[in-house]
Design a protein around this ligand. Structure first.
Ligand code: OXD
Ligand code: MN
Length: 598
C-alpha cells in the first residue's frame, strides 16, 4: 500500500501516542476471534453461553463511562459562529494544543489499531471512507459489526483516495508492569469528543463508550458528514430507513427522524398489525441521502450494524431485534445470568433463578432497588442478521424515498399524525420537533426539549445554516418528486396520564395512511397545522379504541397550540439572524390560522 498521506498520518500518530505496537486491521473473522479471545483472557470480556448465544460476548464499562457525553463534545470550527448556538466550541488551535498534550504517549503499553472503514457499501457513490486509529480492542470488534472494515476498504481507497481521519484513545497509558483495568478510560474532565469540520478530522479522547469511541457513527456519519453534505449538496440525517409493501406488492421507502429514546429501532423493524402489509429495515439510525438524476431522493444506510438500547427490547416490543442478537453479538452493560446469558429490564421475562451479576459486576439484589442492566446498556449486531433486512439495503445507488417522517414524545398538543403542505412547511415541522423531558431525568427544566430534525447533538455546523440547507435542497427541485413530509406522535396521553395509542405494530396503521398519501391517495382534511387523516382514513380494523380516545388522539387544541407557538418563538430566538426567514413566515402563518379561529 502506497497511500502516502495515510502512511504519514499513521506514522505521525504513532510518534505522538507512543504505542507498544501498531496493528493494521484486515477485518477478517480470524482477526476478530483473536482480539475477542485476548479480551476474554484479560478479563475485559465475558464469553456468553455458546449454546444459547453463540459467539457472543459481554463487556462492562467503567461506571463513569456509560453514554455519549454531550457536554464534552465539541465542534471546533474556525469561529464560534460557524459551530452555532447549539454546539460547544473551542478554538481549533487551543483545542488541538490541549489534546496533543493529552495524546502525547497516551498509548504507552497498548496496541494501536488502524481500522480502515467504509460508511456505506464499499465503492457506492454515496459512501465515504474513514480511518480510525484507536488503542481500544473493544472499538475494533464493534467497528467490525457496525461498519465495513479492513483490507477491502484499503483497496477501495487506492493510493490517493480521500478519507476522514478519526483518532481515538481511551486515555489510559500503562506503566511497565501495571495491570490494566477491565474498562480503561479517563476521568470526565479529560474526556474530549472533538470535531474539526474544516479539516474533516475527529479527535476523541478518554471515553471507550458507544458514539464517543465508535467514530464512524455519530462523529463521522452525522457531525462531519453533515458538513460534507452541506458543501456537496446532499443530506446526512439522524434517520431510520424502512421499506413498506402493501398487499398488492407495491413498495415504498420512508425515512424517519426521532430524538433519542422514541423507539427508532422498533419502528425500523416493525411487524405490521394490518394483514398483508410488510415492513423491511434498511437502517435504524442514520441515512445519507442524495438526489438522483431522475429528481428523486435516494438513501443509503452508512452503517452495517445496530447499536441498540437493550432495556425494553423484547419479543413483544421488537422480535426482529431479538432475533438479530441471537448470535455473533456484543453486549455492553447488560446483566449476566448464572448460565452465562444476558438479561435486562423489559426483556419480557423475569430474571432467571440463580445469581445475577448486574452491569457493575456486583451480585444483583433482587429486591429491585437497583437496575440490573444500565438504562443505556447496548447490543451490537450485524444488520445482516436481521430477519427483515431489506433486500436492497446494500444497493450502492440507495433506495428512493417517498416520505420523510418526523416525530417526538409529546403527551399533548401534537396529534397522532399530520402531513406538511409543502417541502418548506415540512422543514418547519422538522425544525420544531422535540420530546418532553422530566426534570428528574437529566437535570433540565421540565418541558419540551426541541430537537430539530433530531439533529441537535449531531449537527456539525450552525443549525440556522442547516435549516437553510434543507430549504435550499427543496427550492431547486421538482416539487412533485420530493418526498412528502409528515409528523407523528405515538405518545399522546389521556387525562389519566395513560398512553392512548398502543404503538409498536399498530404504528403500521399510520404508515399505511402515509403510504396512501405519498401515493396521491388517502383521505385528508385541511387543518390549521397541516393535513390530518379524514374520518375513517386510518385503518383501525381489529383495534379496540373508543371514539372518545380517538378524538383526543387527533385533537388540535387552540390553547395548547397558542402555547406551542410561543414556545417555538422562544426556540427560534436561539438562532438569531441565521434563522431562515421562510421558517419565521411558516410560524407566522400558523399563528394566523389559529388567530382566525379565536
Ligand atoms: C443513539 C442516539 O445512541 O441517538 O443512537 O443517542
Ligand atoms: Mn441515534
Amino acid at each position: 500500500m502506497v497511500h502516502k498521506k495515510l502512511l504519514s498520518w499513521v506514522e505521525e500518530i504513532k510518534n505522538l501516542c507512543g504505542p507498544e505496537q501498531v496493528v493494521w486491521c484486515d477485518g477478517s473473522e480470524a482477526e476478530y476471534g483473536r482480539i475477542m479471545n485476548k479480551m476474554v483472557e484479560d478479563g475485559m470480556a465475558v464469553k456468553l453461553n455458546q449454546a444459547k448465544r453463540p459467539n457472543s460476548f459481554l463487556f462492562r464499562s467503567d461506571s463513569s463511562d456509560v453514554a455519549r457525553v454531550e457536554n464534552r463534545t465539541f465542534i471546533s470550527s474556525k469561529n464560534k459562529d460557524e459551530a452555532g448556538p447549539t454546539n460547544n466550541w473551542i478554538a481549533p488551535d487551543e483545542l488541538k494544543k490541549t489534546m496533543s498534550d493529552l495524546y502525547r504517549n497516551c498509548m504507552r503499553g497498548r496496541t494501536m489499531f488502524v481500522i480502515p472503514f467504509s460508511m456505506g457499501p464499499i465503492g457506492s457513490p454515496l459512501s465515504k471512507i474513514g480511518i480510525e486509529i484507536t488503542d481500544s480492542p473493544y472499538v475494533v470488534v464493534n467497528m467490525r459489526l457496525m461498519t465495513r472494515i479492513g483490507s477491502k476498504v484499503l483497496e477501495a481507497l487506492g493510493d490517493a483516495g480521500e478519507f476522514v481521519k478519526c483518532l481515538h484513545s481511551v486515555g489510559a497509558p500503562l506503566e511497565k508492569g501495571q495491570k490494566d483495568s477491565t474498562w480503561p478510560c479517563a476521568p470526565i474532565e479529560k474526556k474530549y469528543i472533538s470535531h474539526f469540520p474544516d479539516d474533516r478530522l475527529i479527535w476523541s479522547y478518554g471515553s471507550g463508550y458507544g458514539g464517543n469511541a465508535l467514530l464512524g457513527k455519530k462523529c463521522f456519519a452525522l457531525r462531519i458528514a453533515s458538513v460534507q453534505a452541506r458543501d456537496e449538496g446532499w443530506m446526512a440525517e439522524h434517520m431510520l430507513i424502512l421499506g413498506i409493501t402493501n398487499p398488492e406488492g407495491k413498495k415504498k421507502y420512508f425515512v424517519a427522524a426521532f430524538p433519542s429514546a422514541c423507539g427508532k429501532t422498533n419502528l425500523a423493524m416493525l411487524i405490521p398489525k394490518i394483514p398483508g402489509w410488510k415492513v423491511e429495515c434498511v437502517g435504524d439510525d442514520i441515512a445519507w441521502m442524495k438526489f438522483g438524476s431522475d429528481g428523486r431522493l435516494y438513501a443509503v444506510n452508512p452503517e452495517a450494524g445496530f447499536f441498540g438500547v437493550a432495556p425494553g427490547t423484547s419479543m413483544g416490543s421488537n422480535p426482529n431485534a431479538m432475533m438479530s442478537i441471537s448470535k455473533n453479538s456484543i453486549f455492553t452493560n447488560t446483566a449476566l445470568t448464572e448460565d452465562n446469558d444476558v438479561w435486562w429490564e423489559g426483556i419480557g421475562y423475569d430474571a432467571p433463578k440463580g445469581r445475577i451479576i448486574d452491569w457493575t459486576g456486583a451480585e444483583w439484589d433482587r429486591s429491585g432497588k437497583k437496575l440490573a442492566a444500565h438504562p443505556n446498556s447496548r447490543f451490537t449486531a450485524s444488520a445482516s442478521q436481521c430477519p427483515v433486512i431489506d433486500p436492497e439495503w446494500e444497493n450502492p445507488q440507495g433506495v428512493p424515498i417517498s416520505a420523510i417522517i418526523f416525530g417526538g414524545r409529546r403527551a399533548g398538543t401534537v396529534p397522532l399524525v399530520y402531513q406538511a403542505r409543502s417541502w418548506r412547511h415540512g422543514v418547519f415541522i422538522g425544525s420544531i420537533i422535540g420530546s418532553e423531558v422530566t426534570a428528574a431525568a437529566i437535570g433540565l427544566k421540565a418541558g419540551v426539549r426541541r430537537d430539530p430534525m433530531a439533529m441537535l447533538p449531531f449537527c456539525g455546523y450552525n443549525m440556522g445554516d442547516y435549516f437553510e440547507h434543507w430549504l435550499e435542497l427543496g427550492r431547486k427541485r421538482d416539487a412533485s418528486k420530493l418526498p412528502s413530509i409528515f409528523c407523528v406522535n405515538w405518545f399522546r396521553k389521556d387525562e389519566n396520564g395513560k398512553f392512548i395509542w398502543p404503538g409498536f405494530g399498530d404504528n403500521s396503521r399510520v404508515l399505511k395512511w402515509i403510504f396512501e398519501r405519498a401515493d396521491g391517495e388517502g383521505q385528508a382534511i385541511d387543518s390549521e397545522i397541516g393535513f390530518i387523516p379524514a374520518d375513517r382514513a386510518i385503518d383501525l380494523s381489529g383495534l379496540n379504541i373508543d371514539s372518545k380516545m380517538l378524538k383526543l388522539l387527533f385533537r388540535i387544541d387552540v390553547n395548547e397550540w397558542r402555547e406551542e407557538i410561543e414556545s417555538i418563538r422562544e426556540h427560534y430566538k436561539r438562532f438569531g439572524s441565521r434563522l431562515p426567514k421562510e421558517l419565521l413566515e411558516e410560524l407566522n402563518l400558523l399563528d394566523k390560522r389559529f388567530s382566525r379561529n379565536k
